[in-house]
Design a protein around this ligand. Structure first.
Ligand code: FAD
Length: 561
């Protein structure tokens, strides 16, 4: 009935992990698939991420000696998620996550390991203190991508060493503690990068892809092998609805509108409204600043609005994957602050110079508490990470690396970093009451020396301890701040993306105003309201569901395996 410029079985909007996986499963099930990406780079925030996925009951966990229980996983997620998230959505995730990972393992070069990374609320009923629900990708040889490696999103500065060397989670630990052989390993990796001449000059990249680059790289290779097209700079602008069904979409391609008809469906996988200031102002008052989000700049909620325009419902639009972020002026994104807060020799204070949270809790809990504090008292954005000389030369703090002296830091880093010989002078520089900050540190130090934090219980939970320094006893997260000079670095209540969005059912179908699914329209990843509600149960609960619901959507549309 429509005069389309092109027809396909399945149109996938967005090239993050959710979109790529959906497209791949649909293609394997013999659908004719087209992926459209708004940006000139593909991979989305997924490519810049850790690539971790939270998968209960995986074969890999079993092989590693962890016998998971899916009922426990459901109990754990259900209690943390929001009341408005249907049981069926959580159950669909729990039931399909491990089959999805098995499918990826069998059908692509993307290979994961189950890791002993505790759940973020491991002590809750059904939580895992041992971990093995979080899975991390192995490295991937990016050379196999040919020219497409040049248009892959670069890893985030927080996930690459010196801004170019891609690094695995295990290698981060090795560097952090400079364990035996670390220097040789680092030197070999640097040499490998520098000597990889033709490749480095043509791609500007480390060919050894890790973390989110490895995940999206491996998925892209599998798509290329099936000749599935991915069009860059081709944003979705509109959905076409006919009665209770979406029949196609309008995109911009080569600068012109193009109408694409779909025989089976449109899958919206275009991320959240991370970088849309107006949508934040309207929906997410606790997370007001688009520019400090860790999400990529092209995630501006276009496809959420396109859904709304044809009568789709939304849910939990106030919510984000909250996180403390460092923001270096001039950078296009906030830098996620993950490991620093748990390490001994630092604290976080508000603008009054008081601690107000357990620094070592998950980034999500920390980010939520910071946002709440800022909302209620107006003194937490920025907050300050305060640390001593010993910390400075042992561990990283955002853009600061140990062993690299202060004078060698970039100018814009020096601009935000405070440094002084005494706590009082540091407080002056921070604009904080010196007496208050001194009292806070004296009180903290007294208890930290005994490995105790009576105020906020830092270092007691399994998750806190994991990122602590195991050599530091009795509590791997606590040590008094004693060695001058002292430092302070601002840290903001930010996020790594929004996670409210289009309302979907257990099949990832988008729900319309009448409460019924709109036929032919699916949403996955941050484009959809998360099954996690406003919680963050463990590392990988954003990408795990993005891929799992993509797997579900693709199979629902194509009826295949
Ligand atoms: P994205 O990966 O952001 O992809 C969306 C794509 O859609 C983008 O390429 C965008 O350009 C495109 N797009 C936008 N609008 C349009 C349009 N109109 N038309 C066409 N395309 C459009 N999560 C985890 O689970 N595990 C981790 O280890 C992890 N680590 C992280 C580390 C960092 C430093 C950061 C910042 C985040 C991390 N996250 C992690 C969060 C995770 O990266 C995101 O939640 C996830 O990538 C979202 O995936 P997505 O497919 O929904 O969106």
């Amino acid at each position: 009935s429509q005069n389309w410029d092109k027809e396909v079985d399945v149109l996938v909007v967005g090239s993050g992990a959710g979109g790529l996986l959906t497209a791949l499963v649909a293609s394997k099930n013999n659908a004719d698939v087209l992926i459209v990406e708004k940006d000139k780079l593909w991979g989305g925030t997924s490519a810049t991420s850790g690539g971790g996925i939270w998968i209960p009951g995986s074969d890999l966990a079993r092989a590693a000696g962890f016998e998971d229980n899916l009922d426990e996983a459901f109990t754990y997620l259900r209690a943390l998620s929001a009341d408005n998230v249907p049981d069926a959505n959580i159950q669909a995730y729990v039931d399909n996550a491990a089959p999805m990972l098995r499918w990826v393992t069998d059908n692509t070069q993307v290979q994961y390991d189950a890791v002993p990374y505790p759940d973020y609320h491991a002590e809750n009923p059904g939580g895992s203190t041992r971990g093995f629900r979080t899975h991390l990708p192995r490295t991937f040889d990016g050379k196999q991508l040919g020219a497409d490696i040049r248009t892959q999103r670069f890893p985030s500065p927080a996930a690459s060493l010196f801004g170019f060397l891609q690094w695995t989670f295990a290698e981060t630990n090795e560097l952090l503690y400079r364990s035996k052989g670390w220097f040789t390993h680092l030197t070999i990796n640097m040499a490998r990068y520098w000597l990889d001449l033709p490749f480095r000059f043509t791609s500007g990249k480390d060919r050894r892809l890790t973390l989110g680059n490895s995940l999206t790289g491996g998925l892209r290779l599998a798509l290329n092998e099936r000749n599935v097209p991915l069009w860059l700079e081709s944003p979705l602008t509109e959905l076409v609805r006919d009665g209770d069904k979406v029949t196609g979409a309008v995109i911009t391609h080569n600068g012109k509108p193009m109408r694409i008809g779909v025989r089976k469906g449109v899958v919206l996988a275009a991320g959240g409204f991370d970088r849309n200031q107006a949508m934040r102002d309207e929906n997410a008052p606790l997370y007001p600043t688009a520019k400090i989000s860790g999400g990529v700049t092209s995630n501006t909620g276009d496809s959420i609005r396109a859904g709304q325009a044809i009568g789709a419902k939304t849910m939990n639009m106030q919510s984000t994957w909250a996180a403390p972020v460092f923001y270096i002026p001039g950078e296009d994104r906030g830098r996620l602050c993950t490991i620093e807060r748990a390490l001994p020799g630092c604290i976080m204070v508000n603008q009054k110079g008081e601690r107000y949270l357990n620094e070592a809790a998950s980034y999500h809990v920390t980010g939520q508490l910071m946002a709440k504090r800022e909302h209620e008292h107006g003194d937490a954005s920025p907050s300050w990470m305060v640390f001593d000389y010993r910390y400075r030369h042992q561990f990283p703090m955002g853009p600061l690396y140990p062993l690299i002296p202060d004078w060698a830091q970039r100018g814009d880093v020096k601009l935000v970093l405070k440094k002084a010989k005494t706590i009082e002078e540091l407080a002056e520089q921070m604009g904080v009451d010196p007496t208050r900050l001194s009292a806070t540190i004296a009180h903290f130090n007294e208890h930290a020396a005994k490995g105790e934090d009576p105020d906020f219980h830092r270092g007691e939970a399994a998750y806190d301890k994991m990122y602590g320094d195991q050599r530091n006893q009795p509590n791997p997260c606590l040590r008094p701040l004693t060695d001058a000079p002292f430092y302070a670095m601002p840290v903001y209540p930010g996020d790594i993306g929004t996670n409210g969005g289009l309302l979907t059912n257990a099949k990832a179908q988008v729900i319309g105003d009448n409460g019924q699914p709109i036929q032919g329209l699916y949403a996955v990843g941050n484009n959809a309201a998360s099954a996690m509600g406003e919680s963050y149960p463990g590392a990988g609960v954003t990408l795990g569901p993005a891929m799992t619901f993509g797997y579900i959507a693709a199979r629902d549309m194509t009826g295949g395996n």
